[in-house]
Design a protein around this ligand. Sequence first.
Ligand code: 13P
Ligand code: SF4
Length: 345
Amino acid sequence: MNDASVTQRITDLRRARGESLAILAHHYQRDAVVAHADILGDSLELSRKVAGLSARDIVFCGVFFMAETAAMLAGPGQRVHIPAPDAACVMSEMAPAALVERVLTRLAAAGRDVLPLTYVNSSAAVKAVVGARGGSVCTSANAGKMLEWALDQGRGVLFLPDKMLGQNTCNALGVPVEKRCILDVRGGGERLDLAAAASAEVLFWPGQCVIHARFKARDIAAVRAAHPGVKVVVHPECAPETVQAADAAGSTSFIIKYVAEAPAGAEIVIGTEINLVSRLARRYQGEKTIRPLCVSGCSNMAKGTEENLLALLETLDTAAPVTVPEDVRGPATAAVAKMLEVSAR
Ligand code: 13P
Ligand code: SF4
């Protein structure tokens, strides 16, 4: 089948299913997939939307943790599917649930019973570990609000798995550097510096997004030297030095809004996944100049294609939906529900 007939077949199948089908897509999906989405958004927007959907089948074009979170938020009788189930967020895999549990247990045994706050880029099993300890979840769009909430609980916080988002959020909230500590979780948690952990207010898991780690402060300096007056906006998964060198930082939807609100003729350099940057460059062609800080693509987001979307839609009634084990679902959903409640305040 050629590209045009794949596109047409997806369009026909969507039409035939009507409102019983909802297709959600993250901003990092390729254009050909985004074109079929009923709802496009950042992680927070997509989580919020799932709770209000009435469709029986929800198809989530993104990486696995996103579909898994949607499966937790879906109502009785609703089924969540992902066209590329092997699309794993590499950063989410840097915090295996058993190791998170082990580290929290070791800290607690040493008298440091911290509240865990996990970035939504984590498995349902990690969200369950966090939820069972009274913790919650955040996205890049509400990390400041959620970290403030977590600090207010008065137990100190373990922020995981993204040490970059954690540090950027602490910088924005003014948490002193000497009150922070990046944990060494190697050796099954045996190498933890318990003395450093005891005196810190915010502990960071040592994970990061390799796609966003490529954006460097020196690239921003070079771009400013070559293009005086340029504006630079980056995602908060970038290193703190990169975020500090930029004009602004925020979630994928924040970046889209930043570009939309820039005046005609603006020159904007963006530090985030290339699919989104290229889409914005095309959308504003001739009106604003949009360039990537460097070309960095998420190979797992790229696993979502029109071909596997079509294959899923062709077999939707018999396809195995994304499921979350019962013992995980309760505490993990509680952690996500807490986020939705606090971030709506
Ligand atoms: P957003 O929540 O900003 O869309 O980010 C998700 C993500 O995975 C960024 O790498
Ligand atoms: Fe995960 Fe990074 Fe890909 Fe986002 S860009 S899905 S954080 S690996």
